[in-house]
Write a protein that binds this ligand. Structure first.
Ligand code: AMP
Ligand code: GLY
Length: 423
């Protein structure tokens, strides 16, 4: 099997690393990839939204399957493009079509889906510039904090949580009238605030059956104690220690089943990952978001725990035979710590040489923002590398990751030393 992975982060390196272990894999191409993927496959310098470039690569490299890492190409309709192209039609794409990708591409669409299928989620109303005054009145009826969400994709920055009602009104106006997040905030969802602890559940579906993958928890804030700006994710742990059987059963019955059934009822055939962002309020799960892909850095702890041949699993998604797969999960805990460039998530420098990562034993190094230059590996992004370890529990896993990080160096390297502090 010749496989093309789209993306360039730690998520894509983790998927590539796992596919590489399959005897069924022949050729592995990553577009555009990073220095980590270049070491196990072939990188091609094509952007994830360069649909013509992707088509050329698929045809010239005899690709048999495409795995889409990030949400952008899915929301832009890459799967539909393949189905509508006579030369690409029979090449399976793992990732939903444009209509179902709206679960991530439009918060309003996701909220409507959740309510239509009776899946627990925060109460909400949505507004446009024409209904700004109604938005102000709605905010008056809520208690702080106020949750404002840009409807469209805003690179993970489109959610604002504000304590003061006047501030919330001002931000609502900035989003709707001054296009704070461009067209993404032409519609804004205002939501009831839910207080609880967050976790994520990953589901893989072929449109008929589904498999629940390991749970994970990521750490989104840059600063210790969950302070400071939001990032793509500073580390992750799988499984989530506070998810016992009873809570998992609730997630399964109240969230996963109605989600997969809802997609069928709404005629949204779906082949790919569903990333369900949950918040545990008391003893109950509430959905705060859907993503139509795997998470990053959650993938760096979820994928290593899957024991099956991932090529076989993806082939079963393509063939709609996922029910026949016996998914085997490693009982151990996996943890990952993200090394980032100093300054991230604001301005940071690139091109810093990374040393010491080759010496690491007993942890897995997943590259994120890295590149190769003059035979050296250099930083090429805010999130640079994720160091994944297995342990008896998350403390054991994290201590291995932290010990190994001591061997790695690049200028202005930063990472959170307190992962798991809230567990
Ligand atoms: P989202 O992009 O929808 O995941 O929102 C980003 C972050 O905002 C989430 O990870 C939560 O920490 C927080 N958040 C979103 N919605 C709510 C809510 N209704 N109540 C409390 N926190 C929320
Ligand atoms: N780590 C969060 C995400 O991938 O969206």
């Amino acid at each position: 099997m010749n496989i093309l992975i789209l993306g360039s982060g730690g998520r894509e390196h983790a998927i590539a690393w796992k596919l590489k272990q399959s005897p069924k894999l022949n050729k592995l191409i990553i577009a555009p990839g990073n220095a980590g993927t270049a070491a196990i496959g072939k990188n091609v310098p094509i952007g994830v939204n360069d649909i013509e470039g992707i088509k050329k690569t698929v045809l010239s490299e005899n690709i048999n399957m495409v795995i889409v890492g990030p949400e952008d190409p899915l929301v832009n309709g890459i799967h539909d493009f393949f189905l509508n192209d006579t030369e690409l039609r029979n090449i399976p794409v793992i990732g939903p079509k444009k209509a179902a990708a709206s679960l991530e591409g439009s918060k309003e669409f996701a909220k409507q889906f959740l309510f239509r299928h009776n899946i627990p989620t925060a109460a909400y109303k949505s507004f446009t510039s024409d209904s700004l005054d109604e938005g102000y009145s709605f905010l008056e009826t809520l208690k702080p904090p106020y949750v404002l969400k840009a409807d469209g994709l805003a690179a993970g920055k489109g959610v604002l949580i504000l304590n003061d009602v006047q501030e919330a009104k001002d931000e609502l106006k900035t989003m709707l009238v001054d296009a704070k997040f461009g067209s993404a905030s032409a519609t804004v969802v205002i939501e009831e605030f839910l207080a609880g602890i967050e976790l994520s559940v990953f589901v893989l579906t072929d449109g008929k059956g589904y498999k629940i993958l390991p749970t994970a928890k990521d750490y989104k804030r840059i600063g210790e104690g969950d302070t400071g700006l939001n990032t793509g994710g500073m580390g992750a742990i799988s499984p989530v220690p506070f998810v016992d059987k009873e809570f998992m059963d609730k997630i399964h019955e109240q969230v996963v089943k109605p989600t997969v059934e809802g997609l069928k009822k709404d005629n949204l055939p779906y082949k790919g990952f569903i990333f369900i962002g949950l918040i545990k309020v008391g003893d109950d799960p509430f959905v705060i978001e859907y993503n139509v892909r795997l998470g990053d850095p959650e993938t760096e702890v979820v994928i290593p725990r899957i024991k099956n041949d991932l090529v076989e699993v993806f082939q079963a998604v393509a063939d709609q035979t996922l029910d026949a797969i016996d998914l085997q999960i490693d009982e151990r805990t996996a943890t990952t710590v993200m090394l980032v460039s100093g300054g991230y998530p604001e301005a940071y420098e690139k091109g810093k040489e990374i040393t010491g990562f080759e010496k690491i034993e007993d942890s897995i190094v997943f590259h994120a923002g890295t590149d190769s230059k003059d035979g050296k590996v250099v930083t090429n992004g805010g999130r640079v590398m994720a160091i994944t370890s297995f342990g008896r529990d998350f403390r054991d896993g994290l201590s291995k990751s932290y010990q190994n990080i001591n061997k790695i160096h690049f200028d202005n390297m930063y990472y959170r030393k307190d992962l798991g502090f809230d567990l």
